[in-house]
Ligand binder design. Structure first.
Ligand code: MD6
Ligand code: FE
Length: 200
């Protein structure tokens, strides 16, 4: 496995997972999920998303970027839940708080192609990810798109950290298993990724 990758299974208890899902669902009322698009082609993304925090990751026909406001409502994104700020403090080893929490919402057939998270200028900060709801088949490769990959199932409450070398590794979600959990409405899956965008 590539250096800097960490997997913390069942970091959050079932009760903590339920509380976190409720909190995120409540925040989404003011900060709704929307469907972004691929740069250049404008092809709709398979996964709907929104963000919490002072900055949010946006993808549309013009490209990828971080911005302080929701592209559809024009309002600031909601706050990052304290549970997630505590998680970052516990596992990131980074001397400043996260600025963005990307909320990715997977439906039964959603998937996420192999990609690198490369839109942050704080390149030394890890990305910390929380899985909630249905299990996902997560694929992690190396620094090149053609690098060999290995697959693992991410279950509700699991935390994944891409730090060190793995921060620049290709990864994606091949499928979810929509029958595997009832925590998220309609057997969906929520993935929360905490990111530091700018150097402190
Ligand atoms: C997902 N995760 O689990 C997609 N990125 O749905 C990511 O793309 C990801 O888990 C950076 C770091 C950790 C991740
Ligand atoms: Fe990613």
């Amino acid at each position: 496995m590539i250096e800097g990758f960490r997997f913390l299974p069942e970091y959050f208890s079932p009760a903590q997972q339920r509380a976190l899902v409720s909190e995120v669902l409540a925040l989404l009322e003011d900060c709704p999920l929307y469907r972004g698009a691929m740069p250049r082609t404008g092809t709709p993304l398979s996964v709907r998303n929104t963000n919490l925090g002072p900055l949010g990751w946006v993808s549309d026909i013009k490209g990828y970027r971080y911005q302080p406001a929701h592209p559809e409502t024009g309002r600031a994104w909601g706050p990052i839940p304290q549970t997630l700020l505590d998680l970052w403090e516990d596992v990131s080893g980074y001397p400043a708080p996260p600025q963005a929490c990307l909320v990715n919402w997977y439906e039964a057939t959603s998937k996420l192609g192999l990609h690198i998270d490369a839109d942050e200028s704080a390149r030394d900060a890890p990305v910390v990810s929380v899985s909630l709801g249905s299990r996902a088949l997560f694929r992690l490769g190396g620094l090149e798109r053609k690098s060999p990959t290995s697959s693992m199932r991410l279950a509700s409450g699991d935390v994944v950290i891409l730090g060190g070398q793995s921060r620049r590794a290709y990864h994606g979600v091949d499928r979810i298993y929509p029958e595997s959990s009832t925590l998220v409405p309609d057997g969906g899956r929520i993935n929360l990724t905490l990111r530091r965008v700018t150097a402190p």
